[in-house]
Design a protein around this ligand. Structure first.
Ligand code: KIV
Ligand code: NA
Length: 275
């Protein structure tokens, strides 16, 4: 089966089927996420805090993002793979922005890229317009845009600021301009349910929410939040598994097995392998 295409996503959207997206940063997790049946896999810059050991997304480089995306690409057969353009990889000039977006497709096997846009962010709207004209599929991202955290004042779950109607209007207008620039979908991060609904009603491409309430066209979660793996998770997420305890139990059992001489046992030694 070929990977999910933009027409596939738009058909599901028109049929009123909720779309699903999860992040992945490496091959083994991406393989499971793909088998689980999501429509899209985002190789998010949340790799910063959830995969690479940084405090946030700001330090993630193009080299790291391309490496993560290529690993995911090698493991995925069905879902659309979206490369999240890291902080500083777009915006300085049209030339470097286009160049870096092209690298996600040519070098890392991504099917699309995602860029964050500030409310009425002229620079990125213009870049996205250029990318889509050139045939590079783009997913928009508005609301809480973590790459601007040093300016916004950091922290998740403070997009509640968007409840004022002026802020909602600005997000609706930004989403409309992104649609005009050719995005195939828009991620809406941490906005009130009312804002999520207003943006979703205003545009004719799917909205994919994270902490954006129920009245959006699809959902995205960070995979480590869903799996209970690693750092404290986003408050509006939902944890479906507890990998931290599964892994720590396994490691503790291994350490005590070795200490007690229970591993390797007779069946684990080379001589016991069938010829
Ligand atoms: O990088 C990421 O994981 C994201 C999602 C939270 C949408 O941008
Ligand atoms: Na991101």
């Amino acid at each position: 089966m070929a990977r999910t295409t933009i027409p596939d996503l738009h058909e599901a959207y028109r049929d009123g089927e909720p779309l699903t997206m999860l992040t992945a940063y490496d091959a083994p997790i991406a393989r499971q996420v793909d088998r689980g049946g999501v429509d899209m896999i985002l190789v998010g810059d949340t790799a910063g805090d959830n995969h690479l050991g940084y405090d946030d997304t700001i330090p993630v480089t193009m080299a790291e993002a391309l490496s993560n995306t290529a690993a995911v690409d090698r493991a995925v057969t069905d879902a659309m793979v979206i490369g999240d353009m890291p902080f500083g990889s777009y915006g300085q000039s049209m030339e470097t922005s286009v160049d870096n977006a092209v690298r996600f497709l040519q070098e890392a096997g991504a099917d699309a890229v995602k860029l964050e846009t500030a409310p009425n962010g002229e620079t990125t709207i213009e870049i996205i317009d250029r990318l889509t004209e050139l045939g590079i599929p783009v997913q928009g991202h508005i609301g809480l845009t973590p790459q601007r955290m040093n300016q916004i004042g950091g922290g998740y779950v403070q997009g509640r600021n968007h409840s004022s109607s002026a802020a909602t209007d600005a997000l609706v207008e930004t989403a409309e301009r992104l649609e005009e620039a050719g995005v195939f979908a828009v991620v809406l991060e941490t906005v009130t349910e009312e804002t999520g609904k207003a943006v979703t009603e205003a545009i004719d491409v799917p909205t994919i929410g994270i902490g954006a309430g129920r009245y959006v066209d699809g959902q995205v979660l960070v995979i480590t939040d869903l799996l209970g793996l690693g750092s404290e998770s986003f408050a509006l997420s939902k944890q479906y598994a507890d990998l931290d305890s599964t892994i720590s139990t396994a490691v503790e059992e291994y350490v005590s097995d070795v200490a007690e001489g229970a591993f390797p046992a007779e069946e684990n030694v080379y001589d016991s392998l069938e010829e």
